[in-house]
Write a protein that binds this ligand. Structure first.
Ligand code: 13P
Ligand code: 13P
Ligand code: MG
Ligand code: MG
Ligand code: MG
Length: 383
C-alpha cells in the first residue's frame, strides 16, 4: 500500500509566552482531524506539541502537497487559532501568514514534512519535532544517521545500506536544490550543510533503489515574511530498519547536544536538548531548544504508537550536558557567538536599530579628530 505520512505544524498561539500549546487548542484541532478521518480524507492521525508548536501527524493515500489534506490542516490551525484568541493566548495565529487557503500550505507559514512510502510488511518510522530552532538544525543528525559509520554501523555491516545514501540539499536563499551522493561526496556535502541557515537537507534516498528514507520541513518563516515572525521550528520524518537506520542509530544522532540557531527571540545559539513529551515546554531563556521524538509503526495507513523516544534515562547525561552548555552560552549575554551572526540578524529587528542610528554614525577620521581634541587639544594632533 502507498501511504503518505504528513507532519504539518504551526505555532497558533501559546500559554504564558512562547512556552507551550494549550490543551483546548489541541482539542479544537482534534475535532477537525476526527471529522477528516470520518470522511476518509485521512486514514489516521496523532496530535501533539513541542513547546508552542502544534503538530499534526496524519496518514493518507493522497501523496505530497494534497489540496484536501492541506486544507484539513489549515482548518485545524484556524479552529485552534480561534480558541487561542478566545483564551487570549500569546501570539494567536503566529505562523499563519495568510488569511485564505489557496491550493496548498506552501509559503503560508505552517511547516511540513511529507513522506510518501510503499509500506513494507513492517514500516517503523520516527518523527522528530523541535521548538526554538530552524530546519537546518537537522543537517548534523541526518549526516550522522545516513553517512557516518561511527554513528550508524549499518552503513558498514548491512549490505542494503552499504552503497550509501543520496542527500537532496536545498539552498533556501536561492530556492535551488542539489543531490549529493555519499560516501563519495561526503566532503562536498559537509561544505554545504555546515552552513545550516542556508543549506538544508530536504530528503535522503537510499542509493540502491532510490527509496526515500527521510524528509525534513524546509520552510523558513523569515524568508517568507521578510521579517522575524518566530522561528521555523522544524520536523523530520525518518524511516527505520531494513536498509534504513535502526531506531537506535537514528536516536544516537541526538546523543550530542550540538548548538543550533534559535532560542530566545530566534536570535541565539543554544544546545538542542532531547526531551520527553512531558518536558516539551520552552522555559529557560525560552528554551533551551527542545527536541521530541515519537516512534510509530504504519500498517495499512494506521498509526500504531507512539513511543516517547527520549523519555529515557539513557538520555539524562545528554540533557545534563545541554544544561551545562546552556549556562556557558548564557554567560555571553548579548555577544556573539551566543547571539546569531549579522547575516541571520538581517531578518530581525536589528536593522531597524542600525537604521535609527544612521545619522549618528560619524566617519572614522571625524571620531578620531574629536577624540584627539579631547586629549591633546584642538590643532595639536601628533602621531
Ligand atoms: P534484537 O536481537 O533485540 O532483535 O536486536 C537486533 C538489532 O539489530 C538491534 O540493533
Ligand atoms: P517561536 O518560534 O517558538 O514562537 O519562538 C519565538 C521566540 O521569539 C522565542 O523567544
Ligand atoms: Mg511562538
Ligand atoms: Mg515554537
Ligand atoms: Mg516558531
Amino acid at each position: 500500500m502507498r501511504t503518505t505520512v504528513s507532519v504539518i505544524k504551526a505555532d497558533i498561539g501559546s500559554l504564558a509566552g512562547h512556552h507551550v500549546v494549550h490543551p483546548d487548542t489541541m482539542a479544537a484541532a482534534n475535532r477537525v482531524l476526527a471529522e477528516a478521518k470520518r470522511q476518509s480524507i485521512i486514514l489516521d492521525y496523532y496530535i501533539t506539541n513541542v513547546g508552542d508548536d502544534l503538530e499534526l501527524i496524519m496518514t493518507h493515500t493522497r501523496g505530497e502537497l494534497d489540496q484536501k489534506v492541506h486544507e484539513v490542516a489549515w482548518n485545524a490551525f484556524k479552529e485552534a487559532t480561534n480558541v487561542a484568541k478566545e483564551l487570549g493566548l500569546y501570539a494567536a495565529g503566529q505562523d499563519l501568514l495568510s488569511d485564505t487557503f489557496s491550493g496548498n500550505l506552501k509559503g503560508m507559514g505552517p511547516g511540513m514534512a511529507e513522506l510518501e512510502l510503499e509500506e513494507r510488511p513492517s514500516e517503523p518510522i520516527a518523527i522528530f519535532m523541535a521548538d526554538k530552532t530552524e530546519p537546518g538544525a537537522f543537517n548534523l543528525p541526518l549526516y550522522k544517521m545516513f553517512a557516518d559509520p561511527f554513528n550508524t554501523p549499518g552503513l558498514v555491516i548491512d549490505p542494503t545500506m552499504n552503497e550509501g545514501f543520496k542527500f537532496e540539499v536545498l539552498d533556501v536563499y536561492e530556492g535551488k536544490a542539489v543531490e549529493l551522493s555519499c560516501p563519495e561526496e561526503i566532503y562536498t556535502l559537509l561544505a554545504l550543510i555546515g552552513t545550516p541557515a542556508r543549506y538544508v537537507v530536504r530528503k535522503v534516498r537510499r542509493k540502491k533503489d532510490n527509496m526515500l528514507g527521510s524528509v525534513t520541513s524546509i520552510e523558513r518563516l523569515n524568508l517568507i515574511a521578510g521579517k522575524y515572525v518566530g522561528k521555523d521550528d522544524p520536523v523530520l520524518v525518518v524511516r527505520l530498519q531494513h536498509g534504513f537506520p535502526a531506531l537506535g542509530e537514528a536516536l544516537e544522532a541526538f546523543s550530542f547536544p550540538y548548538l543550533v540557531p534559535g532560542w530566545m527571540r530566534g536570535s541565539h545559539y543554544g544546545p538542542l536538548m532531547p526531551v520527553s513529551q512531558r518536558d516539551a515546554r520552552a522555559t529557560r531563556f525560552d528554551g533551551p531548544p527542545r527536541l521530541i521524538g515519537l516512534g510509530f509503526n504504519v500498517k495499512n495507513g494506521k498509526l500504531t504508537g507512539p513511543s516517547d523516544l527520549f523519555d529515557d534515562p539513557a538520555f539524562d547525561e545528554v540533557r545534563r550536558t545541554a544544561s551545562v552548555i546552556t549556562d556557558y552560552m548564557r554567560r555571553h549575554g548579548p555577544f556573539m557567538p551566543h547571539r546569531l551572526e549579522p547575516t541571520e540578524m538581517e531578518y530581525t529587528t536589528l536593522p531597524t536599530i542600525v537604521e535609527k542610528l544612521k545619522d549618528r554614525f560619524k566617519k572614522e577620521e571625524d571620531v578620531t579628530k574629536a577624540k584627539r581634541s579631547i586629549y591633546v587639544g584642538k590643532g595639536e594632533e601628533t602621531d
